[in-house]
Design a protein around this ligand. Sequence first.
Ligand SMILES: C[S@@+](CC[C@H](N)C(=O)[O-])C[C@H]1O[C@@H](n2cnc3c(N)ncnc32)[C@H](O)[C@@H]1O
Length: 212
Amino acid sequence: MNTPIVKLLDKDLESVYEPSEDSFLLIDALEADLEVLKAMKPVMCLEIGSGSGIVITALAMALKKHCQCYHLAIDINLDACKISKKTAAENLVDIDIAQMDLLNCIRTGNVFDLVVFNPPYVVTTDDEISNKQILFKAWAGGTNGRKVMERVFPKIPHILSNTGTFYLLVIEANDPEYILRVFTDLNMVGEIIAERKIRGEHLYILRFKKIK
Ligand SMILES: C[S@@+](CC[C@H](N)C(=O)[O-])C[C@H]1O[C@@H](n2cnc3c(N)ncnc32)[C@H](O)[C@@H]1O
């Protein structure tokens, strides 16, 4: 997969998450699955919390020649939405962007073939999630670092198509094994498909599918 061009000015970095090791691990995991994803011919792809747009743009670029797919990115941060749109345009792919609090405005209906989420995962106090500085939203994960991501878990089986796949980035402190068990209770099967140790953090990519 080609790495998209992402142009972030100093002023953008004050409010928008700069592509980092976690973003690149997620792209690498999608690349490792690319042949399967191409064969799957996804029709609807969604990224929750797109930040600079690097992940959904990389995905759209990689799938462009193989299927006609609609890409939607959402982020709570309006600046991130604008930059995601710019990143997509810069890399000649078409992505719709919506400013939204997680999946609040997405109707259930099992339409997404692919959902990806690199959430705010850092363990913080719950108060930090609602800090006025918008950049806090990029990383503040509250208790266990799971406070934000946990809000989408029960909705995933309802937005994912029956053959769809959900990719989630987490860290050790989020307790990946616990998250796998949560999804088992949601009638989904998950596994760790990639991991990387970086500066005192252990990143994991979890991949989930519905149990048939
Ligand atoms: C760790 S960053 C990941 C950004 C990008 N996907 C990447 O991998 O580089 C998390 C993103 O989630 C967004 N986010 C945080 N809380 C959100 C919420 N409640 N609803 C939608 N997006 C949210 C943040 O604004 C941020 O852009």
